[in-house]
Design a protein around this ligand. Structure first.
Ligand code: CTP
Length: 409
C-alpha cells in the first residue's frame, strides 16, 4: 500500500464501543507504513486505553492530559499542520455536534478546529441517535464544511437493536482514507475502466463454463487507480472479493454482458484484466439438463473478442462525443499463456490494438490464477519491454497504473 507509506495520520478515538475497531485501524495503517498519532477523548479512554494504541502504532497516544501538559500550546496546531488527514473513528453524536458548531473543549476537538488537512469521520451511535434531527443537521453542517463521512452502516447495534448507526469496518475506513490521500494523484480527473474476474457462460439454468480467475489482479488494479486519484469503474464477474471503496461497480457474468456494458462506455483508459471466455455454448438449455436424458453433447461457438471490438469501434454520434473519437485513449490487455509467452503476447498486443500488454506465464507456480503473486512482462506498442520480477499483485497493479498514467500524460 504505497499510498499510505510515510503518511502522517491523526486518528481521533471517541467514546463508543466501536473504539475497539479503531485499534485494528491503527494497526492496519501502521503496517501499511503510515505514522499514526492517536488522540483519545476522555470518553474514548473509557473504552480503550492509550497503551492499546501505543502498542500497535509504536508511538505515544495522546489524551486530554496533554491538552494541559508542557507542549499544550503547540500540540494541536502542530498536529493540524503536519497531518495528511485527521480521521475520527469512531465519531460519536456528541463529537459530531461539537465539530459542527466549532466547539473545542478537548484535545481532539481543538485539533480538529485547527486542522488544515482533510477530516474524515466514521460515525458510531445508536440508530435513534443517528436519526435524531439534531444529529442529521450536524451531519449536514459537517458535510457543508467539507468533512468527509464514512458510514454509518446498518446492522446490529450495541443496544441490541438493529438499525443504521454501526461504525463501518476498519477496512472500509482504510479505503476512504486511501481515496482522500490519492485525490491529487497522477490520474486525478481521469476515468479508468478495469474489468476483473472470470466470465461465466451458461450451459443451462444450473451449470456454467468458467475459469480459474479470482479477480485479484483486476481488483488490485482498480485500487491502484483509485490511489492515483482516478475515477474508477470496475466491471466485475462474481468473485469472493470486496470491491475497493470509491469504485463504481458494475456486475456482469458473461462475455456478452461485459461487452454490452463496455460498448456504452468511454474512458481515458481501459484495462482488460478479466479472463473472458473464448468459447461459449451455442445453445443455452432453458431447463436443467437431466441425467436421465444421457450425457449431453455441448456444442461451443466463439465468444465475442471484447478487446478487438472495442478498439476497432470508435464512439458513434449520440454518445456525447464527436463521432469517430476513440472510446479509450489507452487500452491495456493481459495475456495469460502457458507456452511461448512473449511471442503470443506480442501477437495479441498487435491484433487487439493495445497500447501495452501484461504477459503472464500461468504455468509458473508463483504467477497467474488465484494466488497473491504475479510474474509479468510488459510489452509496449513501441516495441519496448519491461520485465517485472516476482511481485505481489498489488505491486504489479501499481506498476501497470504508473505506465497507464505515463501514457496519458
Ligand atoms: N479478451 C477479450 N475478449 C475475449 C477474450 C479475451 O477481450 N473474449 C481479452 C482479455 O481480457 C485479455 C486479452 O484479451 O486482456 C487476452 O486474453 P487471452 O485469454 O490471453 O487471449 P485470447 O485472445 O483469448 O487468446 P487465446 O485464449 O487463444 O490465448
Amino acid at each position: 500500500m504505497s499510498i499510505l507509506s510515510g503518511k502522517h495520520i491523526l486518528l481521533g478515538v471517541t467514546g463508543s464501543i466501536a473504539a475497539y475497531k479503531a485499534a485494528d485501524l491503527a494497526s492496519k495503517l501502521t503496517q501499511a507504513g503510515a505514522q499514526v498519532d492517536v488522540i483519545l477523548t476522555g470518553a474514548g479512554e473509557k473504552f480503550v486505553t492509550p497503551l492499546t494504541f501505543q502498542s500497535v502504532t509504536g508511538r505515544r497516544a495522546y489524551t486530554d492530559n496533554d491538552l494541559w501538559g508542557n507542549e499544550a500550546h503547540i500540540l494541536h496546531v502542530t498536529f493540524g499542520k503536519t497531518a495528511d488527514i485527521l480521521v475520527i473513528a469512531p465519531c460519536t453524536a456528541d463529537t459530531m455536534a461539537k465539530l459542527a458548531h466549532g466547539i473545542a473543549d478537548n484535545l481532539l476537538t481543538v485539533t480538529a478546529l485547527a486542522a488544515a488537512c482533510p477530516i474524515l469521520i466514521a460515525p458510531a451511535m445508536d440508530g435513534g441517535m443517528f436519526d435524531h434531527p439534531a444529529t442529521r443537521a450536524n451531519l449536514a453542517a459537517l458535510q457543508s464544511h467539507g468533512v468527509l463521512v464514512a458510514g454509518p452502516a446498518e446492522g446490529y447495534l450495541a443496544s441490541g437493536l438493529s438499525g443504521k448507526g454501526r461504525m463501518v469496518e476498519s477496512v472500509e475506513v482504510l479505503g476512504h482514507i486511501r481515496n482522500v490521500l490519492g485525490k491529487r494523484g497522477k490520474l486525478a480527473g481521469k476515468k479508468i475502466i478495469v474489468t476483473a474476474g472470470g466470465t461465466q457462460e451458461a450451459i443451462d439454468p444450473v451449470r456454467i463454463l468458467t475459469n480459474h480467475s479470482s479477480g485479484r489482479q483486476g481488483y488490485a488494479l482498480a485500487q491502484a487507480a483509485l490511489d492515483s486519484g482516478a475515477d474508477v469503474c470496475l466491471i466485475t464477474t462474481p468473485t469472493a472479493l470486496t470491491p475497493p471503496v470509491g469504485a463504481r461497480v458494475v456486475c456482469v457474468k458473461s462475455v456478452q454482458e461485459m461487452l454490452d456494458v463496455l460498448i456504452n462506455e468511454s474512458a481515458d483508459a481501459l484495462i482488460m484484466a478479466a479472463a473472458a471466455a473464448d468459447f461459449r455454448p451455442k445453445q443455452v438449455a432453458k431447463e436443467k439438463m437431466k441425467k436421465r436424458d444421457g450425457i449431453p453433447q455441448i456444442e461451443l461457438e466463439a465468444a465475442p473478442d471484447i478487446l478487438k471490438i472495442v478498439t476497432s469501434s470508435p464512439l458513434g454520434a449520440g454518445s456525447g462525443s464527436p463521432a469517430g473519437k476513440k472510446r479509450f485513449k489507452v487500452v491495456v490487455g493481459f495475456a495469460a499463456e502457458s507456452q511461448d509467452l512473449l511471442e503470443n503476447a506480442a501477437e495479441k498486443l498487435q491484433s487487439k490494438g493495445l497500447d501495452f500488454i501484461a504477459a503472464n506465464d500461468i504455468s509458473a507456480k508463483d504467477a497467474g490464477f488465484a494466488i497473491e503473486t504475479n510474474r509479468i512482462t510488459l510489452l509496449f506498442a513501441n516495441g519496448t519491454q519491461e520485465i517485472l520480477q516476482l511481485m505481489s499483485k498489488t505491486e504489479a497493479a501499481e506498476k501497470i497504473i504508473e505506465h497507464t498514467a505515463r501514457l496519458l500524460e
